[in-house]
Design a protein around this ligand. Structure first.
Ligand code: ADP
Length: 596
């Protein structure tokens, strides 16, 4: 049984049952009482009329003295009618009694004080009900004076036991009780049916309310009538519709917010007033290497052991004032974040705090690179400039006239100026490739021809050092690339391969291809590159053993330019080296340039 039935129907049922039961019981009681009163009245009237019949057949003076014939007659009357007949003289002496022997009449006590007798003499009729020890039963007595018209000589009293009437009453009461009980049973049945019928919509609504509580919003209760229950059903359905649409709206909003938070690159964490995690977005999960399901409900400081983050949260929780600061985390690599911690108002005014971390590592690293770049450029420019300035000063101070050295000084000034020029050109090239302004102009050409061209450009250096350049690229090997940029790339790589070679060493340019890409390599037999420096040689201004490298002319920008050209073509470059034996630079360019 549902709550409604237990609480409401049963209560109502019991109340109705008690009300109907009590009413019927009272009705029975009064019915029985009235019937008994009526029957007793009838009985009494009957006795009076019998007494009157007896008196009618008697002559006045009949009862002045006892006569056994009268006694016999009275006894016979009693036997035939079951009515006790007593004739009492005016002074109370019992002359005759149908239930007493002739002889025993003498011994009967005086009846002058019997209420029916005194009433009969006084009012012309008397009656009473008394218990008779002789007959062991209640008796109905009725008496009239005799004779009726003249002064009374005595009274004729009739009595009848009430056993029969009582028995009849009992039988009647039994029938009445049986009828009442049957009526009550039918009543209970009807009440039960009515209650079930009227409780049904309430039960339906209860079930619907329970389903709503379990998240099912599509249930509708039937609106059967226009009465209060019908109106309640209508109101209930309206409420469900409203709830459902509000719920859908909330769900949509929540999904949208979750989608936004999930797709955000910012790291978002929300905690409650006690610092327990209530939300963490995927970016933050990834950053701290934790899973939302595992940390939700746990104290944030315990779940994320990062002092800097804990500190900022602690401080915003301390005074409810927004915080914005940059923090540095070791995760284990160093990363920088702009952290914003704000207090929020939750439902029921609970305090919540939101922490958003914005990764600024790239910006900070770029700033650092820029700073280093500026300092490197200044440094690289300063060396030749100082040298030029120094030699120019020396010349001005009189060395111009020194015919033995003045030429050397001017030659040095020229070389340093040339170095400055190359440096600036390299910087400009790098800047334009890096900025994306100089987009590769893709054409198809023979790689071998470009290698030969570069070979020619490097001839002065090769002749000096005796380094051989072997162009092993087949003449018909075609590549699709920006020809000028490829020329510069090959020049830088071949120049390095010659520069860092050993006297009479060699440089080999080879090529191969796959369906997707072309590959070519520049392999030398030179001094090689130490393993620790290999990952850094493509950085700007990076030179191994700077003092030594500076002797061999170079700007430290050649490989940086090479790397940028390769990347602009959507390709890759790999450097391998065995110190003392030589280095090998391998470039792979995709054939499909639509990916660039
Ligand atoms: P540079 O103008 O000094 O040649 P690069 O960027 O071209 O600058 O090269 C950076 C450094 O890498 C060089 O200074 C040199 O120490 C090293 N390096 C480059 N190519 C070779 C090579 N083929 N053999 C040995 N070392 C090389």
């Amino acid at each position: 049984m549902t709550w409604i039935k237990r609480k409401f129907s049963r209560k109502l049922g019991i109340a109705l049952f008690l009300a109907v039961g009590t009413t019927l019981a009272l009705a029975d009681f009064f019915i029985l009482k009235n019937i008994k009163t009526y029957l007793i009245g009838e009985l009494k009237d009957n006795l009076v009329s019998q007494a009157k019949q007896i008196s009618a057949v008697l002559d006045p003076g009949t009862f002045t003295k006892r006569d056994p014939r009268w006694q016999e007659l009275i006894r016979k009357m009693d036997q035939s009618s079951g009515t006790r007949v007593t004739i009492v003289r005016k002074d109370g002496v019992v002359l005759y009694d149908s239930e007493v022997d002739w002889k025993a009449l003498e011994t009967l006590e005086n009846h002058a004080d019997r209420p029916e007798v005194t009433d009969a003499l006084r009012f012309g009729e008397g009656s009473s009900i008394r218990y008779s020890h002789t007959l062991r039963s209640d008796l109905q007595y009725a008496a009239i004076p005799y004779p009726l018209m003249q002064d009374a000589e005595g009274t004729i009293r009739l009595a009848i036991p009430l056993n029969r009437l009582n028995n009849e009453m009992k039988g009647f009461a039994n029938i009445l009780f049986a009828a009442t009980f049957t009526a009550l049973l039918i009543g209970i049945g009807l009440i039960w049916i009515i209650l079930r019928w009227s409780a049904h919509p309430l039960e339906e609504m209860t079930r619907a309310a329970e389903s709503i509580a379990n998240g099912r919003m599509d249930l509708k209760v039937r609106e059967r009538s226009e009465d209060e229950i019908g109106q309640l059903a209508k109101a209930f359905n309206a409420m469900t519709r409203k709830l459902s649409s509000t719920f859908d709206q909330l769900k949509n909003d929540k999904n949208e917010i979750e989608a936004v938070l999930s797709s955000m690159v910012e790291h978002v964490i929300a905690v409650d007033a006690s610092g327990k995690v209530i939300f963490i977005n995927p970016a933050a999960e990834k950053l701290f290497g934790i899973r939302g399901d595992n940390v939700r409900g746990r104290p944030f400081m315990e779940a994320v052991r990062q002092a800097a983050v804990s500190e900022i949260l602690k401080s915003v929780m301390g005074d409810d004032t927004e915080r914005f600061e940059e923090i540095r985390l070791i995760l284990p690599e160093e990363r920088f974040f702009e952290a914003r911690a704000v207090p929020m108002q939750g439902v029921r005014s609970e305090r919540r705090y939101l922490l958003v971390l914005h990764d600024v590592t790239r910006i900070r690293k770029l700033e650092q690179v820029r700073r280093e770049f500026v300092s490197n450029v200044s440094h690289e420019l300063k060396t030749p400039l100082t040298s030029i300035q120094g030699y120019a000063e020396t010349l001005l101070a009189g060395a111009l006239a020194d015919s033995k050295h003045n030429r050397d000084f001017v030659d040095t000034i020229f070389k340093e100026a040339d170095r400055l020029n190359r440096l600036v050109n390299d910087l400009l090239d790098l800047a334009s490739i890096e900025s994306g302004r100089k987009k590769p102009q893709i054409t198809e050409f023979e790689l071998a021809a470009v290698v030969n061209e570069v070979h020619g450009m490097a001839r002065s250096r090769t002749e000096k050092t005796g380094v051989r350049i072997e162009n092993r690229v087949p003449p018909a090997f075609l590549i699709q690339a920006d020809k000028d940029q490829m020329k510069q790339l090959l020049l830088n790589l071949i120049d390095n391969a010659v520069k860092f070679n050993l006297p009479n060493g060699s440089v080999a340019v080879e090529s191969s291809e796959s369906p997707e890409a072309v590959t070519f390599s520049i392999k030398d037999t030179g001094i090689g590159i130490p393993e620790k420096d290999l990952p850094r040689i493509f950085e700007r201004f990076y030179r191994i053993d700077k003092s030594h490298s500076r002797e061999i002319e170079g700007t430290g920008l050649g490989l940086a330019i090479v790397k940028h050209i390769v990347e602009a073509h959507g390709g890759s470059i790999r450097a391998e080296s065995v110190p003392g034996s030589g280095s090998n630079f391998t470039i792979t360019l995709p054939k499909n340039h639509s990916s660039i």
